[in-house]
Design a protein around this ligand. Structure first.
Ligand code: GLN
Length: 488
């Protein structure tokens, strides 16, 4: 039974629950058993709450038997990146700093999942405080790519992507500040959606770079991504950046939108540094849209392609240095045992609690915000950001969405990209989307000759998730990449 279940979409699982072909308890036991037997090789989970999960599944079964199911998702398991709060569960951000921290409350997305009956049970590995593109920066060790255990799953939400790809979780949540949902989804061969900035509440998401962070979804199918987005999206009083608007039923909207669309292809995104196999697969996907009747337009994003990485690594590190100031050994997390006075306590707790990449970012961020350098770096990066946003606005006057690779390369070997700058450059296609606050999705669009997944990124207009999902599904319907699964 297990194999029939673990790679099914949530749409299929919830139909099985409704038809009483399976119970939530059986579903939960199946995922837990698979995770216990195989995640030792992938290491996608930091922890999970087995008794809590089984108790919640039993309660869902009882509700269903009594005709009181909370809805189609009642009793469906969901796993969360270890940066999103679930009351009573660990919230480590894959950092030594928070290794023993337990969430005192639920994030808004968690509350919404629970009201839909979904069961948040697992905590997924990530780059420490979401800083990275490979999940190698986790204080608890790297996660492996289920397609090739010697390779990275991408990052920073690598645990989320790997867990879904490996059949440990039918879907998952992650966070995307510069590509952390789309890039690991691409490298693991699943669907990853980063919504428009402001569409999903960040209350209960440990902050990395607040003007860029957004919670989003990992799933086997575009339909599941739409369903999960429908659960978590919407205005929240507790997040001042949250957008005030009615949230459409994305899964229903998906059925209505038919195209054809005007699709832009940024010419700079097919230049130097792009792996030839990735390039070929993405070009083939573009060809598909053309044959499906879409208008394909070559567009130009000169500023985004030239300056997005530089602007991002100034803005993100500046915000990180401010957000991470709260980890001082007094209020949260790790407290040094050897400090002799209070100043020493701050220094030593931070020196012991944070990993190398996090320290690098705090130092960079503090530098670009410091008096005398603020104008030269931070202020300038903000101006560049505005220009980049305007550049996207301009191309969106003639296109409904943009098509590009998600990542310039397929999954690389663990340890292969040692230089931090080289790692930053891998965010080239995803980062501009965050600077401009746009929605983006990565859908599987093939494999390399050595069977590593490749992702197609589709970038949408602000709050046009319904169109974005429909464009993605048009491709998905005609290509059955998702029936292939890694063998563990
Ligand atoms: N790789 C980027 C960074 O390290 C993006 C990470 C993210 O989206 N959280 O900042």
């Amino acid at each position: 039974m297990a194999d029939e279940i673990v790679f099914k979409s949530v749409a299929e699982l919830s139909a099985k629950l409704a038809a009483k072909e399976i119970s939530s308890s059986e579903l939960m036991q199946t995922f837990i058993a698979r995770t216990k037997s195989l995640d030792g090789r992938v290491k996608s989970f930091n922890s999970f709450d087995e008794p809590g999960a089984l108790a919640a599944a039993k309660a869902a079964d009882e509700r269903r038997a009594a005709g009181q199911a909370k809805g189609a998702l009642d009793g469906i398991p969901v796993s969360l990146k270890d940066v999103i709060a679930v009351e009573g569960q660990p919230l480590t951000c894959s950092s030594k700093m928070l290794a023993n921290f337990v969430s005192p409350y639920d994030a808004t997305v968690t509350t919404k999942l629970k009201s839909a009956g979904a069961i948040p049970w697992g905590r997924l590995n990530m780059d420490e405080f979401a800083m990275g593109s490979s999940t190698e920066n986790s204080a608890f060790g790297p996660t492996a790519n289920p397609w090739d255990l010697t390779r990275v799953p991408g990052g920073s939400s690598g645990g989320s992507a790997a867990a879904v790809a490996a059949g440990f979780a039918p879907w998952a949540l992650g966070s995307d500040t510069g590509g952390s949902i789309r890039q690991p989804a691409a490298l693991c061969g699943i669907v990853g959606l980063k919504p428009t900035y402001g569409l999903v509440s960040r209350f209960g998401l440990a902050a990395y770079a607040s003007s860029l962070d957004q919670i989003g979804t990992f799933a086997h199918s575009v339909e599941d991504a739409a369903t999960l987005l429908g659960v978590i999206a919407g205005h929240d009083e507790r997040d001042s950046t949250s957008y005030r608007a009615e949230v459409p039923d994305y899964a229903a909207a998906l059925k209505q939108k038919k195209g054809p669309w005007r699709l832009g292809v940024p010419k700079e995104f097919f230049g130097e540094g792009l792996d030839p196999e990735v390039s070929a697969a993405v070009k083939k996907a573009i060809e598909f849209y053309k044959n499906a009747g879409c208008e394909i337009k070559e567009v130009s994003l000169p500023l985004a392609s030239e300056y997005a990485i530089a602007a991002y690594y100034i803005i993100a590190t500046a915000e990180a240095s401010s957000n991470l100031a709260r980890y001082d050994g007094v209020r949260y997390g790790h407290r040094s045992k050897s400090a002799k006075n209070v100043v020493d306590l701050y220094f030593q707790s931070r020196a012991e609690g944070f990993g190398e990449e996090v320290k690098r970012r705090i130092i960079l961020g503090t530098y670009v915000l410091s008096s005398g350098y603020y104008d030269a770096y931070y202020l300038r990066a903000q101006k560049v950001r505005t220009l980049i946003r305007q550049e996207y606005q301009r191309v969106f006057t003639e296109c409904d969405a943009l098509l590009s690779p998600t990542s310039p390369v397929p999954a690389f070997k663990i340890g292969e990209v040692g230089d931090p700058l080289a790692m930053y450059l891998l965010d080239i296609y995803t980062i501009g989307v965050n600077l401009a606050g746009l929605p983006g999705i990565s859908v599987p669009c093939g494999f390399t000759a050595s069977k590593l997944p490749i992702g197609l990124q589709i970038i949408g207009q602000p709050f046009a998730e319904a169109d974005l999902l429909a464009i993605a599904q048009t491709y998905e319907r005609a290509h059955d990449w998702k029936s292939q699964h890694p063998e563990l």
